[in-house]
Write a protein that binds this ligand. Structure first.
Ligand code: COA
Length: 109
C-alpha cells in the first residue's frame, strides 16, 4: 500500500506499507520533504494508511521507527514493542537506531 501527498503536481510526502499477514499492516517508509515538515502532512499520511488498513481488516499496525521519529509515532498513538529491531550500520554510524512500534487500528482512531 502506498500513498503520496501532493502540492499541485509535486510529490511532497509519501508512505509505504505492506501486509505480512491479513491482520497486520507494517509501515516501512514515510518521509515528507524537509521544507514541508511540521504542517501535519506526515500525520495525514499515517491516518490515510490506518483507514485503508482498517478497511481491509487489519487490526494492528507496526512501524519500524527511527529513534529520531519515535515522538512522531507516539503522538499518533504508537507504543514501543519490546522486540529486537533491525540494525543498519549506515544509520547507526549517524546515531540513528530503530524501534519497533505498534498501534491497534480500527474505529477507535
Ligand atoms: C517523520 C516525518 C515523516 C513527520 O512528518 P511531518 O509532516 O513533519 O509530521 P507532522 O507535521 O504531522 O507532525 C506531527 C507531530 O509530530 C512531531 N514530529 C514530526 N516529526 C518529528 C520528528 N522527526 N521528531 C520529533 N517530533 C516530530 C511534530 O512536531 C508534530 O508535533 P506537534 O503537533 O506537537 O507539533 C518527517 O519528519 C520526515 O520525513 N522525517 C525524515 C524521515 C523519517 O524520519 N521518516 C521516519 C522513518 S521511520
Amino acid at each position: 500500500m502506498e500513498f503520496a501527498a501532493f502540492s499541485g503536481e509535486k510529490v511532497i510526502g509519501g508512505v509505504a506499507a505492506f501486509c505480512p499477514s491479513p491482520a497486520i499492516l507494517e509501515l516501512r517508509h514515510i518521509a515528507v520533504l524537509p521544507e514541508c515538515q511540521g504542517r501535519g502532512i506526515g500525520t495525514g499520511l499515517v491516518k490515510v494508511l490506518i483507514e485503508a488498513g482498517a478497511e481491509r481488516g487489519s487490526g494492528r499496525m507496526l512501524a519500524v521507527a527511527r529513534n529520531t521519529s519515535a515522538r512522531f509515532f507516539r503522538k499518533l498513538g504508537f507504543n514501543a514493542v519490546p522486540v529486537a529491531a533491525p540494525e543498519n550500520p549506515d544509520f547507526s554510524m549517524h546515531g540513528i537506531f530503530f524501534i519497533v512500534m505498534e498501534k491497534h487500528i480500527g474505529k477507535a482512531f
